[in-house]
Design a protein around this ligand. Sequence first.
Ligand code: MG
Length: 382
Amino acid sequence: MTQTTLTTAQRDRAAGVLLGMACGDALGAGYEFGPPLPDGTAVYMKGGGGFNWAPGEWTDDTSMAIPLARAAAAGLDLRDETVLDDIVAQWVGWAKNAPDVGIQLRAVLSRTEPTASAVRAVARAHHERQGRSAGNGSLMRTAPVALAYLHDPAALAEAARLVSGLTHYEADAGDACVLWCLAIRHAVLEGELDVRIGLPLLPADRRDLWESRIAVAETSVPSDFARNGWVVEALQGAWSAICMTDQTDATHLRLALEAAVRGGRDTDTVAAIAGGLLGARWGASAVPAAWRRIVHGWPDLTAADLVRLGARASGTETLARFDYAYLATSPPSYATRTMTASGWARPGRSMRCRTRSTRWSHSAGWAPLRCPPASVTTLRCA
Ligand SMILES: [Mg+2]
């Protein structure tokens, strides 16, 4: 994989792709399958929902993106069949214990051996049996593919369609992944939102269809796309949320993700899709601290992990020059268990301690905290 030399702003935007996606996912998780909400309704990472998520916990959308991001971070070519074999094996392993594997994905991932060719064959058989296979399950996980091919749009289009086709045979799913990945690439490199930038890389006979679908999204609101389990309406819902909100400054990221969730139904997926592109446009630095502090999920990753993973997936050579420390200044909310203060705690001075939680110590290790009064030997991370 070709190394990419990015500016500081481009690195921030590359780092924002996975983080934005995960935050959209976790924001929508508690509202999944719910009805549209009125404008102005407060939306927050409340957790709960149909699968009893913890506040800030992401769902299948981000979990399925992690193996793709890890492969990209390792410098692997996602068009390589052996790389796809490994990704499929990780998906199958994840699906065994995940509570929220979608109907189409479970059908594809559970009925054969865990290789790319076997899963692809089942996906095709599923399509031929059902007459359709364009659920939103490949678009929801596609964002990291863009990071792997910032240097090569043609290779990106090829990889996006290949990765989509592992589980989703229908052309609409592959088209949507090509369009969204090229929009993410453009946003990272240019700092602009343009979902049409990938139209020339679609088959010629499908460009007008997608142009008309995009135009409809731009004159609609997210709740107009009630069938957002279908990849087309999921993309339209995400794009309409982005277009309908104020784009003046970086608060656009938060406002658009909240609007995506208010659209209702498949809220986590529409917001995850929107979040990948919004993170690419506005960067990791635009993600609200309240979200960064608590977002987490399979396999025991936090915001800081996603930022590092996104940066490596984008092939950034000079990562060490960028200070990501601001993303990890507070522990995630699930580390609310009793923490043992070390003996060197001093009133009014920063200290270092480690929770007894294996999740926290595994994923992030030592955390800077304010020390408690000298008489207190235990504290809680609020
Ligand atoms: Mg989900």
